[in-house]
Write a protein that binds this ligand. Structure first.
Ligand code: THU
Length: 139
């Protein structure tokens, strides 16, 4: 059985909704929750945390990635992000980059249109490999 078949999307969504209820979003009034399944079976989650200095707001995915690292690292294999209604929410552009870093092309994402891979959600992504291809000696 492949990893895809073993992903409990309803559980992930429930964890994302649980996180969404902890959001601090008094400025946008747009709470967000996200949950991720790690390759060792752990679940991590996060909620958005806004600030009176609007631009400083932390997306839910930032909190989730922090929890990923704090609780042992690993790779994200599946992610579900929800809005205040508990419906699937597409991660913003910046957060797609975060998910790319910690999940890569094959990480699966719940979307309103069904499950998509990160390769579909962030095509032609910039990643760590691009840094390796720079040759400083070429001037
Ligand atoms: N938000 C997230 O938490 N994640 C996303 O991927 C999209 C946007 C938050 C940021 C802000 O607190 C609120 O949603 C409205 O943009």
């Amino acid at each position: 059985m492949g990893q895809a078949a073993s992903i409990d999307w309803e559980l992930l969504r429930a964890k994302a909704i649980e996180a969404m209820h902890q959001a601090y979003a008094p400025y946008s009034t747009f709470p967000v929750g996200v949950a991720g399944l790690v390759d060792d079976g752990r679940l991590v989650s996060g909620c958005n945390v806004e600030n009176a200095s609007y631009g400083v707001a932390l997306c839910a995915e930032c909190g989730m990635i922090s929890q990923l690292r704090l609780t042992g690292g690993g790779r994200l294999v599946a992610v579900a992000c929800v809005n205040g209604n508990g419906d699937p929410l597409m991660p913003c552009g910046r957060c797609r980059q975060l998910l790319w870093e910690h999940g890569g092309a094959r990480c699966q994402v719940m979307t309103a249109a069904g499950v998509r891979t990160m390769a579909e959600v962030l095509p032609d992504a910039f990643g760590g490999d691009d840094l390796d291809h720079f040759d400083a000696s070429r001037g």
